[in-house]
Design a protein around this ligand. Sequence first.
Ligand code: DAH
Length: 339
Amino acid sequence: MEDTERILEEAQKEAEGAESSRALYEVKMKFLGRAGKVTALLKGMKDVAAELRPAFGKRVNALRERLEEIFEGLEARAKEREMRERLASESVDVTMPGRRSAQGALHPVTLVKNQLIDIFAGMGFEIFEGPEIENEYYNFTALNTPADHPARDMQDTFYISDGFLLRTQTSAGQIRLMEKKRPPIKMLSPGRVFRSDDDATHSPMFHQMEGLVVDKGVTLCDLQGMLDEFARTMFAETSKTRLRPSYFPFTEPSVEVDVSCAACGGKGCPLCKGTGWIEVLGAGVVNRRVLENCGVDPDEYSGFAFGMGIERIAMLKYGIGNIKLLTENDVRFLEQFKG
Ligand code: DAH
């Protein structure tokens, strides 16, 4: 009988000292669990003298009930406190301003390159990328520019070692493709090119987009039709092209292609130096010698080719005055091209 008093006191003290609902549960098990002290008392009932048993049983039951009540009350308080703490620690201030992540933009050279690919892919051109390190054969010789040819001086070449160089023009890709693929050919070849040249409109590394079409009966008219379409999409709906005679060793005839100045609509302004026209690319009918060098019969097939500087197109399109802005990576400049 005295045990019940002691147990009540002990349990109450321990329960009140429990700091969490988890600890409280452990105390509860210590007394009311299957191996608990109160349960042990009930189990010991058989050793109690028969006449005392009813009174003892009553008392132990009363103890159990009292303890259950105590635990219940403490449990409810502990759970409530824990919930409050959790809510406080997980609270979110919905009025706090969000953290903005800086958003990047495509580089103007990439934008123009992608747009060129779009325009010409729509006409059925396939992309072909040649190597940046070339040998003299692909960069010059096969393009009808043998070693002693004065046209080699048109481009200030970076030589790497005897016979090897950084390609000066994506035209080298024409040869590589024609060696691999028989006509009909419609190739578009973007890539980096390198020349020892450096001023406000020239940079030692820049990008070109080469085009090559070889098939039966291809003429300069086909070239101009495609270039008109290119000019209208790239610059303005009203843009026109004009061909002027020129010279490239790999084309005959060769032309320089002007686009009507989009800034003044062809009336003449500082951008087009008052002429109404802006030179944008070189092109021509593929020289018979070039076709022969690639094993294509020039009596059966003809073709045209063109090559343009992507930086130059980007500068014209976006009104960029100095080519160096395109490689300085000044975020204030680049940000302006966010779509
Ligand atoms: N490769 C020439 C250059 O870099 C551009 C060019 C002119 C490419 C005429 C061509 C072409 O394919 O037919 O200046």
